[in-house]
Write a protein that binds this ligand. Sequence first.
Ligand SMILES: C[S@@+](CC[C@H](N)C(=O)[O-])C[C@H]1O[C@@H](n2cnc3c(N)ncnc32)[C@H](O)[C@@H]1O
Length: 406
Amino acid sequence: MLQYANCWEDADLLLKYIGNMEGKRVLSISSGGENSLSLLSRHPALLVVVDKNPVQLFVFEFKKAAMRALEREEFLAFLGFSASRNRLRTYGLIRGGLGTPARAYWDGQRRRIEAGIIHAGRVARRLRLFSRLGRPLIHNAARSRELMAPKSEADQAALFREIWDNRRWRAMGRMLFSKPAIYMVTPDRDFFKYYKGDVSAYLLEKTARHLSSVTAQQNHILHYFLFGHFGHLIPHFAREGNYQTIKANLAAVATHEGLVETALPRFGKFDGFNLSNIFEYTTQDSFKAVAEALAAGASPAARFTYWNIVLPRKLSDAAPDAFENVLDTDLDRTVPDKGWIYFRFLVDLRRPGSPGLGGKMTSRAKSLKGKTCMVTGATSRNREATVIELARMLEGMGVTANALHF
Ligand SMILES: C[S@@+](CC[C@H](N)C(=O)[O-])C[C@H]1O[C@@H](n2cnc3c(N)ncnc32)[C@H](O)[C@@H]1O
């Protein structure tokens, strides 16, 4: 299922905090694909785009193939940012740049291509529905434009407080942010499985804070929410300048279908991670296991960027020996996030150096130097991460180690 035709996450924030990735190895969750493309503007040596949902990788491939073949104006029209009457003809030009599974998928999606694929995802379709049917019941288009017009922080807050935040908005907002409505947008039944609070009150409050801030005025996500299109607010990857840089760096891309931890043994260690909000769907125990696997797949001082929507999932809490948190936007409220419904954006660093092997293991490892050995472990995911970590530590000591977990 095509869930995300766009990343509803703030690429400018991601790029600001992922650090210098020039010549580095970066792993990025695909989702709608464009935030991964944005990372190419940082000139990494390798960008591995990962998703457990193959259709999300097809979306990434579609945008990448279009970017490779088209000039920016044509690209914007083809994807649906601006008008076009020729999208199917353009598809004929780019489809040769797709891998066989992606081509087979997109060949069956002619209507979505014709309508512009950025409007095709389940989230985009629900947001458009709201902009057409829901939003006009609260405020008209002129008032919505006024909300996003340039003005001082004080005027923005006053407009929200005195005009926007009326009874209709609050009633509609509570409905819009209720669990059943959110399930209409995300089919993932597990989404709120581990959250027990009042979601709609919480999201309404977050929205109020955002709409009262100047960040709202330049927010392409908010524009889509209110009007059903991005207007002149183009996301980072397709902006003039960024587009050409990214296009020149497409050769650095590889893709991987599967859970994020399964990409680590395949590609080796990474220096930077864009993990979207993938931890939302995990119990605290399985989160800890994934955190350990990620630590094992990260080079010293690697940077991890990720979001939480409602659940507190912080790598440095789950594995404090391996991670150090350097940004938590819930604690530092001065950092604006255009994806305003996210509870927080986090940046963690892989602590340099791994936990030691211990004296007995170290002398055993020394005796195995130059040999090949097998490191095995039992079934729990926790143990699996430990086995991979152990194998990596042995490799660092000159032992060829294959991790085996069963
Ligand atoms: C976590 S979702 C959230 C999307 C985001 N909030 C947005 O609207 O842009 C992003 C993507 O992560 C993928 N995903 C979720 N958990 C994953 C995991 N553990 N490993 C790999 N991909 C995962 C989903 O298939 C989805 O395409």
